[in-house]
Design a protein around this ligand. Structure first.
Ligand code: G6P
Length: 379
């Protein structure tokens, strides 16, 4: 089928704008209409055998999928209390962690064709073969292409519902992977009863508000990020800061910028800045801080203050428009105030737009950046 740009200048921009629809499709597919209290509110169709006596989860992925996995780890550990490791597939395949019992192995790959991710899963499968039952491989794939090589390799799949993505830099497939992880973490929490049903329902109802919140973000950020892009088109280095569940979003914001604008960018957990990156800061290095209310808001604000003291220009992704935030941030990229657990889905959107507009401003080939491929099928 021919996919077209429908009036957008690039596929990437079109795909960013498709995100509310991707979240709606995911909500529809992964969650049941609440009302019948005997029914689980989550509907992933995964068998109990995958979950029984689960002690650990290991996730392997590359690139943007690895960032989604880091958000997934936070959700699974905080909601379901299962110890979770996230590995780069290219590392894990040659240095796997010691064999653990009752472990769910999750491979996350948008394309389902990334060589390193497939190899890491194949290695895991092989080393568990013939072992006693508790060591048997329990494999789950999260992919946008259930018909892919990954689909043939693993017995269980969560299909992400982004539709075909053309832009090399992943946007809507990332949001779709986040939705898959919300569903997986909530499914685990429901089955293990680590979170009350009321709280589960509250989180799911919060997710149901996300599509319109992304729409609002898109509506308000399009011109804001375009203006900022104008000022940063010649900038050489960027630092992205986040903490907790938004640390992976800082990584993703930096990756988007690197991939399509060729500007050097680093994502860092804000509390680690003092251990190195702070030496880079001066008036020429802008800092983008994700500062959303919750467990680490005050901490991110004080880390931002430290950057400001080094003359960095501070850009805040935050719903807070007054108080310290108003004083510290030179520029605001406002997002709606939602439960901290749900905030990554909103916080990533202005970062995608910022990267897009900077690259477009620089006149670069946004959909086909140099040296990159949509899926890397060789090692
Ligand atoms: C390539 C793409 C990235 C993507 C990564 C992993 O490097 O350019 O956008 O995140 O592969 O792809 P996957 O299909 O495994 O998610």
């Amino acid at each position: 089928t021919m996919v077209e740009k429908q009036g957008f200048k690039h596929f990437m921009l079109k795909e960013i704008h498709e995100q509310p629809g991707v979240v709606r499709a995911s909500l529809e597919a992964y969650f049941n209409n609440l009302g019948d209290s005997n029914q689980s509110p989550i509907n992933l169709g995964l068998p109990e055998s995958l979950y029984a006596d689960l002690e650990q989860i290991h996730i392997v992925a590359c690139g943007t999928s690895w960032h989604a996995a880091l958000v997934g780890k936070h959700l699974i550990e905080q909601l379901a209390g299962i110890s979770t490791q996230v590995h780069y597939a290219s590392e894990y395949r040659y240095a796997p962690s010691p064999l653990t019992a009752n472990t769910l192995i999750v491979g996350v790959t948008q394309s389902g064709e990334t060589a390193d991710t497939l190899a890491a899963l194949a290695m895991e499968k092989e080393r568990r073969q013939g072992k006693e039952p508790k060591y048997q491989a329990r494999l789950l794939g999260i992919t946008n292409r259930p018909e892919s090589s990954l689909g043939h390799m693993v017995p269980h799949i969560i299909s992400t519902l982004a539709g075909i993505e053309i832009g090399v830099a992943a946007t809507k497939t990332f949001i779709a992977q986040l939705m898959a992880f919300y569903a997986l973490a909530l499914d685990l929490a429901y089955r293990r009863q680590t979170v009350s049903l009321d709280k589960l329902v509250e989180i799911i109802n919060g997710l149901r508000q996300i599509p319109k919140e992304i729409e609002a973000t898109l509506a308000s950020q399009e011109s804001l990020t375009e203006q900022l892009a104008h000022e940063f088109a010649e900038t050489q280095d960027f630092i992205f800061l986040g903490r907790g569940i938004n640390f992976p979003i800082a990584l993703e914001g930096a990756l988007k910028l690197k991939e399509i604008s060729y500007i050097h960018a680093e994502g860092y957990p804000a509390g680690e800045m003092k251990h190195g990156p702070i030496a880079l800061l001066d008036a020429k290095v802008p800092v983008v801080a994700i500062a959303v209310p919750g467990s680490v808001y005050e901490k991110v604000i004080s880390n931002s203050q430290e950057a400001k003291a080094r003359d960095s220009r501070l850009i805040g992704v935050t719903p807070v428009k007054d108080g310290e935030a108003a004083e510290i941030f030179n520029d605001l990229l406002p997002v709606s105030n939602v439960d901290e657990l749900l905030s990554p889905i909103l916080a990533v959107v202005p970062l995608q737009l910022l990267a897009y507009h900077i690259a477009a401003r620089r006149g670069l080939d946004v959909d086909q950046p140099r040296n990159l491929a949509k899926s890397v099928t060789v090692e």
